[in-house]
Design a protein around this ligand. Sequence first.
Ligand code: ATP
Length: 435
Amino acid sequence: MENKTEILINLAKKRGFINQSSEIYGGFSSSYDYGPLGSLLKNKLKELWLNNMIKSDLDIVPIDSAIIMSPKVWEASGHVSNFVDSLVECKECHKRFKQDDVKDSCPVCDGELSAPKKFNILMKTYIGPVEDSASLAYLRGETCQGIFTNFKWIKSSMRKKIPFGIAQIGKAFRNEITPGNFTFRTREFEQMEMQYFVNPDKADIYFDLLKQKRMQFYIDLGFKKENLRFKDHDHLAHYCKRGCDIEYNFPFGWQEIEGIHNRTDFDLTQHSLYSKKDLQYFDEDSKESYTPYVIETSCGCDRVLLAILYDALDGENFSFPYILAPYKVAVLPLVKNKEKIVKKAKQVYTQLKDNFMVDYDQTGSIGKRYARQDEIGTPYAITIDFMSLKNNTVTIRDRKTKKQSRIKINQLNDYLLNNKKSSFIQKIYNLLCKK
Ligand code: ATP
């Protein structure tokens, strides 16, 4: 009997969600490619996250900063000097420690430790044709540094007043010692981060507010509540005043999918020191200048997507909430060798495709095609048959109930628009999915 993880990995591959990278060359360790359905799902997740941020009432704006930044950024952030020691990593909780600081097991969870390594988490690259140290640069290890370095510019160009936030989605790279659990921990991954700049006196209020809002986001996405929990940090990074994770109940244990931290004024202070630029904020009401505190919400897009796949796995199918399903509806001509049926099916496809993500499928028996759509979580399947040619009706099959009803082709769009499963989905749907 396959376990849940094996079923998930096989289904993700079989149906075009996720596969190992460079498969034709035998694969490449801990690198993964998203296929058509995986990238539709990922893009939807990113769209929902970004809209959740920039359409909130918190005054949050998006940016898209460079992956390769000045190496000085990583000196200021502490990533260069902090990670050149001999490190060991716990094989269970993946916390890293200086070898000198620990004995033979992890001080946090008592797990087994990896062999020590001279270690820098940042991935190096070389700018220019000669690989010398003068042209050394790094691939960013976290997206937030691009937000800190742009704080001054965004504040002035967008005339922002505190509190406000900057949100960014993008790739980050880390030389992880122990990648694993499919896409849970990889060396190249995507982050969705938001840094919220606040008056230090209000930091706790915004920390609590963002903590609740972030949990609500996952509930609204349709996650099963019992699979989510908060975990307060016992051990805080040196720059952190408060920290809390949102964890998901993976088959391999409760694990972080998002971190919420009060990073204090550490980052802006460091960048101010290294860049010699004033990164303070002048408060026009109190006539005081101060370095804002940062409350960050930092989540891994690939990791959340993996949690979505586990949460949706129902037997050997992905049963996604409507909002996340890569295709909302499939159009299936009953047979592929009757020209008139195929023509009508293509008309139905054209009629729907501007409002919905539609899959058109005419290969294999109708039963096999329903099964395929059930596997990928398509909420509705429409079949065009001989009756369709006579009276312009089709059958529409609801994935969850398996019930089929017959409706007029010119009522299809309204039928699909009205069949939303909850008020949240209706709201989000109106906001995001309808053209
Ligand atoms: P972990 O303890 O799991 O290594 P972290 O505390 O180092 O994570 P952060 O630096 O807070 O993680 O990054 C924020 C988010 O980015 C994490 O919650 C996670 O979802 C994601 N993330 C971090 N490292 C990886 C990775 N190697 N692969 C995939 N996602 C990652």
